[in-house]
Write a protein that binds this ligand. Structure first.
Ligand code: AMP
Length: 216
């Protein structure tokens, strides 16, 4: 199973990608997570990416494309993967198409999670992330048991610099301008499955499983 999750920041695509990756026993490949780890570890990629990420801008295509090509060559991707946060531009989508062609491989589906803008802002401004393990909470919708502490590992919860309101608005603008057009690109290829991303996590997950099965 080779899938892409498309959807604006805050659409819940990372949560759904994780659930689906567990269901199929394949890796969830999140470029955001890989880049954040690179920033934390101060690698040369991390140093080049940090400024863009802090501003809510996209990291330049050549850096992200090289990163994903390397990641997809790792053995755990042989049986499939779920891409979460990649591609985000037409150039990235074209590079992925070419890389897959070279490997004689193809995508199975692109799941497009739609959520209206006001809801995205509400979700993103309340988001808190564990500094130690990356688990996510929400001050209103999914608070941790002890304020400021991760339920999973006890680590400190913080607000990602790119989850602050001005940066969120920029990320949503970047999404509309650069990433949303990919829905048409994949629809044209007959791969697009659109899901309404409002409601309970479990209900949305069931809907995703249903549309994937219907398609198979
Ligand atoms: P995410 O966690 O997916 O929201 O990604 C966080 C940030 O990482 C984004 O706002 C971008 O700065 C950067 N990023 C992640 N994936 C990509 C990508 N495919 N292309 C460019 N920048 C990316």
């Amino acid at each position: 199973m080779r899938l892409i999750f498309l959807g604006p920041p805050g659409s819940g695509k990372g949560t759904q990608a994780k659930l689906l990756a567990e269901k199929y026993g394949i890796p969830q490949v999140s470029t955001g997570d890989i880049l954040r780890a690179a920033v934390r570890e101060r690698t040369s990629l991390g140093k080049r990416a940090k400024g863009y990420m802090d501003q809510g801008e996209l990291v330049p295509d050549p850096l992200v494309i090289a990163l994903i090509e390397e990641r997809l060559r790792v053995a755990d991707c042989r049986e499939g993967y779920i891409l979460d946060g990649f591609p985000r531009t037409l150039a990235q989508a074209e590079a992925l198409r070419d890389a897959l062609e070279a490997l004689n491989s193809r995508l199975d589906a692109v799941i497009n999670v739609e959520v209206e803008q006001g809801e995205l802002l509400r979700r993103l401004t309340g988001r808190r992330t564990c500094r130690a393990c990356g688990a996510m909470f929400h001050t209103v919708f999914n608070p941790s048991k002890v304020a400021g502490k991760c339920d999973a590992c006890g680590g400190e919860l913080y607000q990602r610099s790119d989850d602050q309101e001005a940066t969120i608005r920029e990320r949503l603008k970047v999404y509309t301008e650069q990433t949303a057009p990919l829905a048409a690109f994949y629809n044209h290829g007959g791969l697009l499955l659109t899901i309404h991303g409002m409601g309970k996590i479990d209900t949305i997950f069931e809907e995703i499983c249903r549309v994937l099965e219907r398609r198979a």
